[in-house]
Write a protein that binds this ligand. Structure first.
Ligand SMILES: [Mg+2]
Length: 423
């Protein structure tokens, strides 16, 4: 029997090398994980006993600028988090770092979960998710905002799954909200030429998609042509442009009206988030609704940014803001301010995707969600995949996240990760 204290382990070394001994250890735990995933007993609050983290890379299809890693590695990095309570009930979560998107990497996520955020949760009541966030605040100091939010989101999601399973409730039941869904997904156009964009749109159509997100910046001239192309091909689509902070202010001010004329509906992250006066000017210009993404991590700066009249809305993603609990608070703040929220993601693989669908369903998202995991990822770790038909994703039902993680698939994907390359 393992000690109850500080029982946080990475199932494989930081270099992603998976030894035979580690594999056997992890394999031995697999039947337990599967058995407990469906054992949603209503037992009285057991304590968190153990946390395991599984770093891996999901294989991908198609080009996407955020997937390349160090030493030639390629794939959607993720750390799967397994939180086990006394009595053996398990909650699963997933952290989805992307070093080209923010400073969090696969390697730092493992260290933060294993050595900082994980240990402070051992022995706590898994139903106290608010309290868990408070002790995590103390375990890793903030920067401008919450420290290492993408790592933290994995634990938050696992705690939600665990709490739901312990109570025999889905997340929407826990939140006292409707389940909602199905949700319409949009197709991401990350193109380097117009010909490539045409081919990407064709591929989206083939998969049954009719709404598109375009990745723009820094080449404003190309971006306007790209927007025109997508609008010409899809007159009724919701067309959402995301610059990922890639314009400078003068370019953003000049391109926003042109993108609006080309048929773009919203402009997300035109500037780096610390360009506060720039955001104020763009909002004041009023050419397009200005949304923030990267810059909103905690509710504190969200309220500040609204007060400072920097934004018309926010592209939400639970992984960016430390998980479901903070994301839920932020949606409420946005709604109270009468602003717009859209559903976005970080090319979330299955577990993080399930959590995100549950959140957006419960809060009645109506616009197409930029959840492009199904577009770009070529593997999953679930016993039964999420139900996605064409561009329509069902909100999972059942206790917790409503999905069953197959630990053997997790282990298998970890073994393959060492040499994961573009494919
Ligand atoms: Mg974005």
């Amino acid at each position: 029997m393992k000690s109850k204290t500080k029982s946080v382990s990475a199932k494989f070394s930081d270099s992603n090398q998976f030894s035979r001994r580690q594999f056997l250890l992890a394999s031995a735990a697999a039947p337990l994980g599967l058995a407990t995933a469906v054992a949603h007993t209503k037992q009285a609050n057991p304590k968190i006993q153990r946390i395991d983290v599984f770093p891996l890379r999901y294989p991908t299809r198609g080009y996407f600028k955020f997937f390349s890693g160090p030493r030639g590695s390629y794939g959607r990095g993720a750390v799967i988090v397994k939180v086990t309570a006394e009595g053996g009930v398990v909650g699963w979560g997933q952290s989805v770092p992307s070093p080209k998107w923010s400073y969090e990497t696969l390697e730092t996520t493992v260290i933060v979960l294993r050595d900082y955020l994980g240990p402070v949760l051992i022995g706590r009541n898994p139903l106290d998710i608010d309290g868990a966030h408070k002790v995590m605040d103390g375990a890793l100091g903030p920067g401008f905002s919450t420290g290492m939010p993408i790592a933290r989101a994995g634990l938050d999601i696992a705690l939600h799954d665990l709490a739901g399973k312990l109570m025999g409730q889905s997340l929407s039941q826990m939140w006292n909200r409707p389940q909602g869904g199905p949700l319409t997904l949009s197709w991401t156009v990350n193109a380097r030429t117009l010909d490539e964009a045409d081919a990407i749109i064709d591929a989206g159509h083939k998969r049954g998609y009719s709404n598109f997100n375009i990745k723009v910046a820094p080449e404003a001239k190309f971006d306007v042509e790209l927007a025109k192309l997508v609008r010409r091909r899809e007159p009724d689509a919701f067309l959402w442009a995301d610059a990922n902070g890639g314009y400078d202010l003068s370019t953003a001010l000049s391109v926003a009206p042109k993108l609006a004329d080309a048929g773009v509906d919203v402009l997300e992250a035109p500037l780096r988030p610390n360009r506060i006066s720039g955001y104020q000017q763009l909002k004041k210009q009023g050419a397009l609704p200005i949304l923030m993404d990267e810059g909103v991590v905690s509710s504190v700066e969200l309220a500040e940014f609204i007060r400072l009249e920097m934004i018309d809305g926010v592209a939400m993603k639970p992984s960016r803001c430390g998980g479901l609990l903070p994301a839920k608070r932020q949606i409420k703040i946005i709604l109270e301010a009468g602003l717009m929220w859209l559903g976005s993601g970080l090319t979330d693989p299955d577990i993080s995707m399930a959590a995100t669908l549950l959140l957006y369903g419960a809060f009645g998202l109506t616009k197409p969600a930029a959840l492009n995991g199904p577009q770009f990822l070529a593997a999953d770790v679930l016993a039964k995949p999420l139900v996605i038909k064409n561009d329509s994703a069902e909100v999972p039902s059942g206790p917790g996240l409503g999905v069953e993680v197959d630990e053997a698939k997790v282990i298998e994907l970890m073994k393959k990760t060492k040499n994961s390359k573009k494919g």
